[in-house]
Design a protein around this ligand. Structure first.
Ligand SMILES: *Cc1c(COP(=O)(O)O)cnc(C)c1O
Length: 358
């Protein structure tokens, strides 16, 4: 079977050397040497300031902490075309997601629709750079400034992505990223918050560790969102191989594009941002066609995924009546194809041929 995603397992010897250092230090968690080292190495790799980069236990907690640290209240404008965590974390924090429809070509929140959907109780906008495709950050920031709203970009798909020559993670008051096993770069489970200011990062660093300011003083409401040393060890070993991982993904992505671009609608990507080749989504002509394609692929032992489906505005937990027609339509027709380092050119050809031959 060809899986849709295959977590990258780093070289065992390299990983063992990091684990050996944990056995020597006997320091397993609580901002240990490997978490500190990974923070610095990620900052270097991504051209970020390590003082404004906080590693956490997963990408969902990165969102929770950001909403809390920015003191969000009431309504929060967000996209319905994302992984459930973008909006369920809002709901969990007692906030009310206001779903604004997406652009039919970029599949990101449509900035032209944001302004008319800002309610008197709105405190923030949470856009997603979906499949690593940059949102129209300039337009969104302009609206946020005008209405005094905070912006938190869910950049879970954006490892290594640059926008106008700088890291896309510098966008907004805060950007968050996920290092889950199936993401481009991973720490098994993990994530990070990237802030505009060191003051905000310092607040989040305390929140990650129960709100503890000093051994005998608590300064904010916190939780436990710490990354462990074992997770950091995996991250350090994977980070050493990122160049190889990125080259392999690029080959797969470009191979699919050559074979499928004339038969299927692909995502329109921002010309101002780089492509990290994390996903290969394509649109089919109907939901019926998606079901047929999934069946044909399964007959050939190939797994594809309806990602993101369903469109979030219709998920009952949000108790939402506002329809987002474009997102609903795109979600019903989307399919993500297998993409991972180690997927051979023959396998990519075989997958594309099944789709062309339908
Ligand atoms: C993966 C993902 C998350 C959640 O990250 P976890 O590390 O799995 O908690 C949030 N938003 C988006 C868009 C994602 O793809």
């Amino acid at each position: 079977m060809i899986p849709v995603a295959k977590p990258y397992l780093p070289d065992r010897k390299k990983l063992d050397a990091y684990i050996e250092s944990i056995y020597e230090s006997n320091w397993l968690t609580n901002n240990g040497p490997l978490v500190q080292k990974l923070t610095q190495r990620l900052a270097d790799h991504l051209s970020l300031d390590a003082d404004c980069l906080v590693l956490v236990a997963n990408g969902s907690l990165a969102l929770h902490l950001s909403y809390k640290a920015l003191d969000l209240t009431g309504d929060v404008i967000t996209t319905p075309f994302s992984f459930i965590a973008t909006a369920s974390t809002l709901k969990w924090e007692g906030l009310n997601p206001v779903f604004v429809d997406i652009d039919k070509d970029t599949w990101n929140i449509d900035p032209k629709l944001i302004e008319q959907n800002i309610t008197p109780g709105a405190s923030a906008i949470v856009p997603v750079h979906v499949f690593g495709n940059s949102c129209d950050v300039k337009a969104i920031e302009k609206i946020a400034d005008k209405y005094d709203l905070k912006t938190i970009y869910d950049a879970s798909h954006c490892f290594g992505t640059s926008l106008d020559g700088k890291s896309i993670l510098l966008s907004g008051d805060v950007s968050t990223i996920s290092f889950h096993a199936t993401k481009l770069f991973h720490t098994v489970e993990g994530g990070a918050v990237i802030t505009k200011t060191k003051t905000l990062a310092d607040k989040i660093r305390k929140m990650v560790n129960f709100g503890i300011e000093a051994p005998d003083s608590i300064s904010v409401i916190g939780t436990n969102a710490k990354m462990s040393e074992f997770h950091a060890a995996v991250g350090l070993a994977v980070l050493d191989d990122m160049e190889y991982i990125e080259v392999q993904r690029k080959e797969v992505w470009e191979h699919y594009q050559r074979m499928l671009a004339s038969s299927y609608q692909l995502q329109k990507r921002s010309p101002r941002a780089s492509n990290n080749h994390a996903y290969f989504p394509l649109l089919l002509e109907s939901e019926q066609a998606v079901m047929e394609a999934l069946n044909s692929l399964a007959e050939h032992g190939i797994q594809a995924r309806r990602y993101f489906y369903p469109s979030l505005e219709g998920v009952h937990i949000f108790d939402n009546e506002r329809l987002c027609n474009v997102s609903y339509d795109i979600a019903s027709r989307i399919l993500c194809l297998p993409i991972w380092s180690g997927l051979s050119a023959q396998q990519v050809s075989a997958i594309a041929k099944v789709l062309i031959g339908r």
